[in-house]
Ligand binder design. Sequence first.
Ligand code: CAO
Length: 449
Amino acid sequence: MSKTIEIRVPDIGDFVKVPVIEILASAGDQIEAEQSLITLESDKATMEVPAPFTGTLLELTVSEGDELTEGDVIGRMEIASDDDSDDSQSRDADTDAASAAAPDAAEKSDVETSHQATAQVETFANEGGTTESQAAGQVPTPAEPFAEMDVPASDLPHASPGVRKLARELGISLEGITGTGRKGRITDEDLSAAIKSQMGGGGAGLAVAAAPVVDFASFGPVETVALSRIKKISGPALHRNWVSIPHVTQFAEADITEMEDFRQAQKDVAAQAGTKMTPVVFIIKAVVASLKAFPHFNASLTPDGGSLIHKHYFHIGVAVDTPGGLVVPVLRDCDQKGFIELAQELTELSQRARDGKLSADEMKGGCFTISSLGGIGGTEFTPIINAPELAILGVSKAQVKPIWDGEDFEPRLMLPLSLSYDHRVIDGADAARFITHLGHQLEDLRRLL
Ligand code: CAO
C-alpha cells in the first residue's frame, strides 16, 4: 500500500522568503530519502531541501524564483505506507517540528501530514572546506549550524552544496569558474563546461598542480590586503582569456617622426578645444583604418566557434590605468569622429575611469582594444586579448633611433607596437599585414588625416 505525503520546507532557522534557485528533481522521478529536491539561496547561504522519504515524486509545485518559508509546501510524493518515520532508509522526521512548521497540514484529509527532513545548508564561506559533520557523513541539524550560518557572504564562488560536493570529489577548484546562474552562481553546467575545458580539446589539458600554499609569516612579517573590486572582476576574465585563446603576439615599429611633429603643432588647437592631443588618438584612427582594410579583425567567434560575426561598426576600447586597476572604456563610432572629438572623449572617459565613475555600458561593445603604456615606459609587451574581440594592440614608449635610409642613419622617432591576436581566426601572415598596414597609417599622415 502506498500513501501520498506533502513535502514541506523544513526548519531553515530564521530565514523567510528564501528564493528557489534550482529545481533538482521532476515529477515521476524515483527519489531516495535525503535526495535533494530544490535549492534555496539567501544572501548568506544555500540550502538544499531533501526528500523526507524514499518514494515517487508526484509533483513539485514550486518554480525557480518562488520565495519560500519554513512549512511551505513544495510538492507531493508517494511512499510505501509502511515507509514510516522509523524506516531505516528514511531520516527520522521530527513530527513536532513538522506540525509546528506546517500547522495546516492536519486539515488535509487526502494527504498525510508531511514529514520533514532537515535542510542541508552550506554557507558561502564554506567553499572548499568540509564541516566536521559533513566529514562524518552527517547532515547538519538546523539547531547548530544555523546559528553559525549568519556569516557575511564572502567573495568565494557561489554554488549549491551539490555543485560544491561534486567539485570537491573531482578535485576541481571553483575559483576561476565563471558562474552563469543567479548572482553569478556556479551551476552544474558551468562546472561541466569547466571540466570539459580543463580536459581540453585533444587532451592538451589545463589541469595543473595547485599553487603551493606557503606560510609566508614563517619567513618574516606579512600583511594581507584584499584585491580591489576591479581586480577581483577582471582577474578571472583575464585568466579565462589567457588560457582559452591561443595568443600569438606580433611586434613591429612605426616611424612616427612626422606624426609627432604634427601632434606638437596641433597641441594649441587641442588646448583651445579644452583637450590634449595624445598619440593614442592617432593610434585609434590608424586602428580603424586597419580594421576597415582587414575586416576579419573586426569580428568575434560565435559561441560554438564555427562562424565569425563581422561588425560593421568601429567601437574601440582603450585600457585605462586607474588606482583600482585596469578598466577599458569604449569609444564608439571612431570612424565617424575627428581627432579633436576623439581626444575630448578619451580625456573625458579616462578621467571618469580614474574617478571610478564609468557605467557598465561604457565598457561594453568594443571591437578592438588599445593598451598604451607609452606614457610610462618599457620597450614592448604581450597584451591579453579582451574576448570576444580577436586582437589587441599594445603600444610602448616611442624612442628616437638611428634608422638607415639607404645612405645614412637618420634619427627617427620609432613607436613599438605589439599585436596579440587569436590564432584560431587570424593567421600569422594576416597579423603581419595588419600591423604593417597600421604602421603605414601612422607613418603617412596624409592617409591618417
Ligand atoms: N611614446 C612616447 N610618449 C607617449 C606615448 C608613446 N607611445 N604615449 C603617450 N606618450 C606621452 C604623451 O604624449 C604624454 O606626454 P605629453 O604630455 O608631453 O604629450 C605623456 O606620455 C603621458 O601620456 P598618458 O599615458 O598620460 O596619456 P595618453 O593620452 O597617451 O594615454 C591612457 C591615455 C588612458 C591610455 C593612459 O593614460 C593610460 O592609462 N595608459 C595605461 C594603460 C594600461 O594600463 N595598459 C596596460 C594594460 S595590461 O595591464
